[in-house]
Design a protein around this ligand. Structure first.
Ligand SMILES: [Zn+2]
Length: 127
C-alpha cells in the first residue's frame, strides 16, 4: 500500500483519508468514498443534505438521524455539527391532553373503548 496518502477529507467529520479517484470512476454505485471516510458519515451527510435542500422536514431528518450512531458528533466539522444540533434541538411536542371524563363512575364502561383509542392516538404522536 504505497499509494495510500491522504487525498480526501470527510465532509462530515473532517478526517483525512485516502480514496483512489480512478478506482471510484469505474464503480457503478454511488462513490461515497469521494465524500466521506466511512459509510456512517456518508449516511449522515445524505440526511443533512436532504434537510438543507428541503427534501425532508426537520422531523423526518431527526427521525433518520436517530437511527445513526451520533457518538462521534463532537468530532464533526462545525458546519455538520451545527446542522445536527439544529435538527435534534427541536423541543418535543406537548402531549395532547385527553378529555376529562367527568362522571367516571357511571360512564366508565362506556368510555373504556374510547379511552383505549385516545391512548393509541397519544402513542402515535411522536411519529
Ligand atoms: Zn467521517
Amino acid at each position: 500500500m504505497a499509494n495510500n496518502k491522504i487525498n480526501h477529507y470527510c465532509i462530515i467529520c473532517g478526517k483525512g483519508y485516502h480514496a483512489c479517484d480512478s478506482c471510484m470512476e469505474i464503480r457503478e454505485f454511488t462513490p461515497w468514498r469521494l465524500l466521506a471516510d466511512k459509510p456512517s458519515c456518508f449516511q449522515i451527510y445524505m440526511i443533512l443534505d436532504k434537510y438543507k435542500k428541503n427534501l425532508i422536514s426537520k422531523d423526518e431528518a431527526r427521525e433518520q438521524l436517530l437511527h445513526h450512531d451520533l457518538r462521534e458528533k463532537d468530532t464533526y466539522k462545525e458546519s455538520a455539527r451545527k446542522l445536527v444540533d439544529e435538527i435534534l434541538d427541536e423541543p418535543k411536542k406537548p402531549r395532547r391532553k385527553r378529555p376529562v371524563v367527568e362522571t367516571v363512575n357511571t360512564v366508565i364502561e362506556a368510555t373504556t373503548a374510547q379511552n383505549t383509542e385516545l391512548q393509541n392516538t397519544d402513542m402515535n404522536d411522536c411519529e
